[in-house]
Design a binder for this molecule. Structure first.
Ligand code: SF4
Length: 67
C-alpha cells in the first residue's frame, strides 16, 4: 500500500499556511497558479500532520494506493 500526499486544489484558498509549516513538502507553483506537494521520497510526518491540522480549508490529506 502506497500513501500519496494530496491537496484538493478546488478547495484550497492559497493561504500558504502549509508552506510556512512544511516548506520542504508544499510549494506554490507560479506556472500553474496552484499549491502542490513537492515530489519527494520522504515527508516529515510531524510537519505534514501539523499542516493538515492547520489547513483552514481542510484540503490536505493522505490517499492510499494499491500500486
Ligand atoms: S494551508 Fe490549505 S488552504 Fe492554505 S495553501 Fe495550504 S492547502 Fe491551501
Amino acid at each position: 500500500m502506497k500513501r500519496i500526499l494530496y491537496i484538493d486544489i478546488g478547495r484550497c484558498s492559497e493561504c500558504l499556511g502549509c508552506v510556512e509549516t512544511a516548506p520542504s513538502v508544499f510549494r506554490y507553483n507560479e506556472q500553474t497558479g496552484c499549491m502542490e506537494v513537492i515530489d519527494n521520497i520522504y515527508y516529515p510526518e510531524d510537519l505534514v500532520r501539523e499542516a493538515i491540522k492547520n489547513c483552514p480549508k481542510d484540503c490536505i490529506r493522505w490517499d492510499e494506493n494499491d500500486d
